[in-house]
Write a protein that binds this ligand. Structure first.
Ligand code: NI
Length: 138
């Protein structure tokens, strides 16, 4: 094995891997490993950006989740009440029979928004959370 390379084993749901394989073949990746390396780099870059942002931010949190997972809808509502001082409004879209997309407009201190992002990301049933920062006040 190449020096500095660590081999890891990962357990994934079949539908997640099937979808990943479909996308990477469309995008022309020659190997799964290379695509996973890229995905991890993207994840690290996004999280580093989130860690480095400071001060007042206006943005939108896009949350994709499976509403069949017990408790997730209630948890998302509870969290929005807990963080009401940084939430301007939210829009819920029933994407299909399983998935919901919630767009939460946020305005406030990045430090506080980050706490909300982490709590939503950690919730079971939540598949993806993205923060798009629209305006950064200086
Ligand atoms: Ni829905």
């Amino acid at each position: 094995m190449e020096e500095g390379i660590t081999r890891i084993g990962v357990s994934l749901p079949k539908n997640l891997l099937d979808e990943f394989d479909r996308i990477i073949s469309t995008r022309g990746y020659s190997s799964r490993s290379e695509a996973i390396r890229d995905a991890i780099r993207t994840y690290i870059t996004e999280y580093r950006w989130l860690e480095s942002e400071k001060g007042e931010v206006v943005g939108v949190l896009v949350v994709l989740y499976d509403h069949h997972v017990k408790g997730v809808s209630d948890l998302l509502i509870d969290l929005q009440h807990d963080f009401h001082e940084i939430i301007t409004s939210s829009t819920h879209i029933h994407l299909n029979e399983d998935q919901c997309l919630e767009m939460i407009l946020v305005k406030g201190k990045m430090e506080r928004i980050k706490v909300l992002v982490d709590k939503i990301s950690a919730a079971r049933g939540v598949m993806n959370v993205k923060l798009i920062s629209a305006v950064k006040k200086v």
